[in-house]
Write a protein that binds this ligand. Structure first.
Ligand code: APR
Length: 316
């Protein structure tokens, strides 16, 4: 059977994700939805008109959904649903400032996913992502392995890009990793960073590595401050599309994602950025690897920071 993916939210993040997914040419259909009249249909038409030039056959279908779930029939049979609906931050805002407003949106979207695409794997990107992922699981009541969030692939890419620029090497020479929350308690993992197989600590002094760690943690805010309206979407959409691809191809790739943690690193009962093997059922398993004591402490701190907020979303 042909594969089908839905992207909910046709803003900057959602539309670029839909475009990337369509250009992979591995789906029959990419459905793009939004609450704005005509916008998803217009974007879908525009993307379909790029097919002869870019050379892909995937069809993009744009649908406007209503307050009572009108239009959601279009997502039926989706293998994956990527949730990008919600407000982006403005300069000076933290992702957490979006909690209440985006919780209402994500809850409503998740309830419709549960109703119309009950077998889908759900990838959440709306911010604050650690909390919105927990909320989407709660509102869909899907098994926890079938709901996960995008953060680590993006944060790792930002870390990788900074390392490559600093050392003037190709990005493909760099292996990096970022775990923890998608916020102040993000845990870039220098001990797992290498350049052409050499440990990063052999190539850069500790203060420079710390500078790159801090820049990674503020990566989203740096873009927001420059844009002045809206937040990043090129690298974020690349990350989300890549994750959806790993699901439909049942690739078994290990990627850093916001996944339900149940005992790994001595942490339980929370959605947190960890490495996980991705496949058709979503998270196949969380992969625990060797980290330094400081990195493990950072991960535990992140878990406690998001745990309380994730409990709060139940009432939002
Ligand atoms: N259902 C579907 N779409 C919705 C809903 C809803 N209930 N509510 C809002 N939207 C749509 C908006 O109409 C808008 O088109 O979500 C879209 C959001 O688009 P942008 O404002 O361009 O924001 P974007 O940059 O795409 O970011 C989306 O991703 O990175 C996060 O923090 C970011 O939470 C934000 C999300």
């Amino acid at each position: 059977m042909g594969k089908k993916v839905t992207v909910v939210g046709a803003g900057f993040y959602g539309s670029t994700t839909a475009q990337r997914l369509a250009e992979y040419d591995i789906f029959d259909t990419v459905v793009l939805t939004d609450i704005i009249d005509g916008k998803p249909a217009g974007l879908a038409l525009d993307m379909n008109q790029s097919r002869p030039i870019e050379g892909f056959e995937t069809k993009v279908v744009g649908v406007t959904t209503g307050p009572n779930g009108e239009g959601y029939e279009a997502i039926e049979g989706s293998d994956v649903v990527v949730v990008t609906a919600g407000l982006p931050r403005k300069p000076g805002m933290s992702r957490m400032d979006l909690l209440e407003v985006n919780a209402k949106i994500v809850r409503q979207v998740a309830e419709n996913i549960a109703k119309y695409a009950p077998n889908a794997v759900v990838i959440v990107v709306s911010n604050p992502v650690d909390e919105m992922t927990a909320l989407a699981q709660l509102a869909t009541q899907f098994p926890k392995n079938r709901v996960f969030g995008q953060a680590g692939v993006l944060d790792t890419a930002r870390f990788t890009n900074s390392i490559a620029e600093t050392l003037a090497v190709p990005v493909k020479s760099v292996k990096a990793l970022t775990l923890g929350s998608h916020g102040d308690t993000m845990v870039p993992v220098p001990s797992r960073c290498t350049v052409d197989g050499k440990p990063l600590s052999d190539l850069l002094p500790a203060e420079k590595i710390e500078e790159l760690v801090v820049r990674t943690r503020n990566g989203g805010a740096e873009v927001v401050a420059l844009l002045k309206t809206g937040s990043a979407y090129y690298a974020p959409s690349a990350a989300a599309a890549r994750m959806a691809k790993a699901v439909v191809e049942d690739s078994g790739e290990v990627l850093p994602v916001c996944a339900w943690v149940d005992g790994e690193y001595g942490i339980s009962g929370v959605y947190l950025g960890v490495e996980a093997q991705i496949g058709a059922e979503g998270i196949k398993k969380v992969v625990e690897d060797k980290l330094t004591d400081t990195e493990i402490a950072g991960l535990k701190e992140a878990a406690e920071a998001v745990r309380a907020k994730q409990a709060d979303v139940a009432s939002l």
